[in-house]
Design a protein around this ligand. Sequence first.
Ligand code: ADP
Ligand code: ZN
Ligand code: ZN
Length: 755
Amino acid sequence: MIAEIIINSNVKKLNKTFDYIIPKELENSIAVGSRALVPFGNKKTLEEGFVVGIKETSEYMSKLKEIAKVENKVYLSKEKLELATWLAHKCFCNVSDCIKLMLPPGTTTKVLSNRINDKKQNFVYLTKDAEEIEQDIKNRKIKSDKQIRALRFLIDNLNNEILSTELQMFADVTNAVIKTLEKNGYIEILEKEVERNPFLHKTIEKSKNLVLTEEQQDAFEQINASLQFNEYEEFLLFGVTGSGKTEIYIQLIEEALKLGKDSIMLVPEISLTPQTVNRFLSRFGEEKIAVLHSQLSIGERFDQWKKIERGTAKIVIGARSAIFAPVQNLGLIIIDEEHDDSYKSEMSPRYNAKEIASYLGEKHNVPVVLGSATPDMNTYYKALNKEVRLLELTKRANNASLPEVEIVDLRNELANGNKTMISLNLQKAIKENLQNKKQTILFLNRRGFATFIMCRDCGYTAKCKNCDITLTYHLKQNKLKCHYCGYETNALTICPECKSKNIRYFGTGTQKLEEQIKQLFPEASTIRMDVDTVTKKNSHEDILNSFKNDGIDILIGTQMVVKGHDFPNVTLVGVIAADSSLNIDDYRAHERTFQTLTQVEGRAGRGQDKGKVIVQTYNPDTFCIQYAQKHDYKLFFDTEIHLRKQLRYPPFCDIILIGISSKSYEELEKISKNIYKDLKNKIKTEKLQILLYNPVPFPIDKIKNKYRWRIIVKCKIEEKIINAISSTVIGIDKQIKNSKNDTRIVVDVNPVNMM
Ligand code: ADP
Ligand code: ZN
Ligand code: ZN
């Protein structure tokens, strides 16, 4: 018998399978999905791999080696292996990385036996970044195998909370090893109070199903039909904030349960709060629910995973990667806030959970429900083209009205001598709110690092003449650049529209805002939430809870404040600068601005009192701001879709980003140009229907001493193009295989972040 094996390696060309002879004595213990150790090439050590197929004979029979060892356990179902192979191809990455997404959290060999129930526990965090550590390992600064194992385990699980005891078990090291790493400055051990599972183990009062409104009932019935008849169909549940989407999810999940089927519900990482989970707990009880979340320690995630695998948990609630949960009998997939960026992975494998959901929906013949108040333009476009069935909820379920939105033109503020970030109207509204003992949220949308130039008198911003994208200001060269096509021009000192000299570059922060608020309202209590205040010790959940429960007057924050919480006492929301998401150099700038404003508006007036939103902007006439004021998604969509069509952006094409990074600028330039040339040739020889742009630096063109360039490809993605780009990248990867400059090539399909 012959086994086809995928080698567990990060070398791209090892994505194909290799044939190995199955020794007689292993025949009974091997199966598709088993993990095996095999000799490979002229390496002295054995390589790890996964069995992806078993067959009678091989065309290379005489040259084959034997499998050395097999672990007597099936790790992956055949379906999951197929998914991994499909995904690797689609995401331009190696199969073994995709397989890792589908394995239980942590390693696969050791099971946690004695759980620790102390309330205070030691968590381990890396203090250096992965590259630095790998460098130290290479330079033999770290020699001990055990230390290396522990560090690599932490690197592999960067997004998880890891307990010291878990590190000991999973990486198979002693406490002494961990202490040594701490002493040598590689890790930090923090004692934290933990609930064993912050999302579960709560006594929660049972709640009953609500009687659905007519709109809800109609949506429910259409999805339920597809659930009952085992049909794959995608639904866009397009309902304003508070229209009762969650209630529909709950009742659908209940139907799936009655059929003995499992449901997976994805929620954006940041919205996956106890508040969210409680609604499901109160309906279904703890037993049937598993929560997968990066705030759980890895052992807890492991427990949750096993609970799903055993079939005990039949409802999985989780962030992006929960789409790979090992459910036994899939019946329903729900993706809430489907427009959210967090469904697309920005690390390899750069997959989009929505695409995986479609794949699984089709394979298992189950409905996929995409819910949002501000759908992704691509999804809504599909809905209009009848590829996705559109279900609408136009009213708030509890009859609360949407807040009144006032737009403040910041150009007048300067003229009136107000140089703070807070307009006079907003100041007045905050003051009133303080007097009425109501709470205020001030929202400063600051994305990425890009700064842009704007005329403070007329609101003019410089845009690329080819791409209609805001040009980014580069301080060093004093130039404005387009990061899509490479167009550049000198920075302005005089506004071309109104000839004013009041040109400013923008990129202000929450800290400054807080200072100004404290000066204007010394009596008000404030709390700030941004990347600086949200730390490992101080989660965003803690800050929001404190705002809600400690009677703090004003919450100041970045986009983190937008999601996942209900603040009944918040009656005023101020958007400090709607322009900052408008002027990022991304074709989705309008869409992002509209979505963010709409989501922010959804925060105000959730309780008894009517809410008010004040949006400050230098571009009061911009359609996305205008339509957000009217809460009118469709008008927004109609306008934006025309622009997209004219300029050939998604949904009219896909964008493939080829990112190249290197410590050597020369090598970076050479490799980038080689990729470009190679693809340019293929356009001719293989008649590829693609638009290929010149290699240009990323907006952030250097990170940690590595230079970064990118090549953008616009096309309708298809097999031929995937293969062409794949072969180009694999070919050029060979040239850099032995490079000392840490040169890398990554390919990202429809990335959320082009920076
Ligand atoms: P969404 O998920 O669309 O934001 P929710 O499901 O959270 O909306 O519903 C908003 C509020 O309306 C919640 O407090 C919920 O309990 C309530 N609600 C939802 N459906 C109904 C209904 N059919 N009858 C009464 N109240 C409802
Ligand atoms: Zn001007
Ligand atoms: Zn351009």
